[in-house]
Design a protein around this ligand. Sequence first.
Ligand SMILES: NC(=O)c1ccc[n+]([C@@H]2O[C@H](COP(=O)([O-])OP(=O)(O)OC[C@H]3O[C@@H](n4cnc5c(N)ncnc54)[C@H](OP(=O)(O)O)[C@@H]3O)[C@@H](O)[C@H]2O)c1
Length: 371
Amino acid sequence: MASPSQELPKTHRALILSSTSEPPKIKDVPAPQPGPGSVVVHMLSANILSYQKSIYNGERKYPFPTPLTTGMGGIGRIAAIGPDTLTLSPGQLVFVDCFVRGRDDPNSAFLLGIHEGHTEGSRKLMHGEWRDGSFAEYVKIPLECAYPLNEELLMGKLGYGVEELGEIARDLIPFGGLSDISIRPGETIIIAPATGPFGMAAVKVALAMGTRVIAMGRNLSILQRLQASHERVEIVQITGDEQADLEKVKGFGTIDAYFDISPPVAGTSTHFKSCMLALRHGGRISLMGGLNIDLAIPHAIVMHRDLLLKGKWMYDRQNVLDLIKMVEIGLLKMGSKAGQEYVKFPMDEWKEAFDAAEGFSGSNRSAVLVP
Ligand SMILES: NC(=O)c1ccc[n+]([C@@H]2O[C@H](COP(=O)([O-])OP(=O)(O)OC[C@H]3O[C@@H](n4cnc5c(N)ncnc54)[C@H](OP(=O)(O)O)[C@@H]3O)[C@@H](O)[C@H]2O)c1
C-alpha cells in the first residue's frame, strides 16, 4: 500500500495564535506529517466553546505555548496514518479527541490547542510533540485520540451530519463527571448551572443515563424551555437565597447526586451550598466547574451524611467508547434529534464564529468551524 502520508499537501491553512495580546491569524504553514503513534486527520467540523474567545484573548488565563494552532475536538477523516497504526485507515470517519494523556503517565493530561495541563509532564508534551488544535485543515493527534465512527450507521441509518456528531465532544464532558460518581438509572440528580452549553449537555446526558434531573440556573426562561423539551426534568431557579432554593430542591424528595459545571464567574454563587445540603445520606457530588477561587464546603454535613465529593477534569478513555456506543444505539441523541441546531462557519469567518458561539450560550444553537 502506498504511504498515505504522500497524499498530504505540503502546506495547509491553520488559525494560529502568536500571543494573547493579538488576535489569531489564518496562515499557510507546513502540513503535519504522521509518525509512530500518530495519525493526521482532515478536519470536517471543529467544535467551538462558548468561551473560546476568552481563552485566546488571555481573559481566562489558560496556560499554553505559542505559536499555537487553536481549536479543540471535532469530526474529521483520517488523512494519513503512522507506521504503527493497525486499525485506522485513510478516509475513515473519526471523532477527534483533544484531551491527550501521557502514554507513560496518564496523570499528565492536557488539551490540544487549549490548555497545557497541570504537570511538568503535560507541559513537556504540549510544548514538544503535541500542541496544535483542530482549527486547521489538518491536525496531527495521538493515534488513541482518533476514535473510529461507524459512518454507515451514524450518517447513513441515523442520518446525522458531521457537525451533529461533533456534539460527542460536548456531551463527553458531563458524561465524564456523571460516570465518575456512578450515576444509576432511577436516581434524581441536580445539574447546576443547567443553562450553559455544558449544563444543557449534562441534562441531556443525565436523562439518557436514566435519571430524573433537577435543573438549576438563574435564567428561568431557559429552565422552562429545558423542562418543556424533556421528560423527567424539574427546575429550580437560583435566586441568591440559599435557604429558599434549598427548600425548593428538597421539595422534589430524595436527591441522590449533584453535578456542578459552573464557570469561573459563578464562584460565589449560593447554589453550591443549597445543592450540597439537599443531598441524601451517602449522596455524591461531582465538581466539574472551572472555578478559580476556593469554595466553602459545609463540612459537618459532608461528614455526617457520608457525602462523596469528587472533582473531574474531562473524562476517561472508556467514557469515550461508552458514549459513542450510546449514540450508535440511539440512546443518546445528537443535533436536531436532540433539538440542537448547528451553524457552520468557514475558517475565514472564525471571529464571527467565536462571537456566535458566545452568543449561542443558553440557546439551542451551536457554532462550528468548517476548516
Ligand atoms: N472539568 C472539566 O473538564 C470542564 C470541561 C469544560 C468546561 N468546564 C467548565 O465548565 C464551565 C461551564 O461551561 P459552559 O460552556 O456551560 O458555559 P459558560 O459560558 O462558561 O457558563 C455559562 C453558564 O454559567 C452560568 N452562570 C454564569 N454566571 C453565573 C453566576 N454568577 N451564578 C450562577 N451561574 C452563572 C450561566 O447561567 P445564566 O444563564 O444564569 O447566565 C450558564 O449556565 C466552563 O466555564 C468551564 O470552566 C470544565
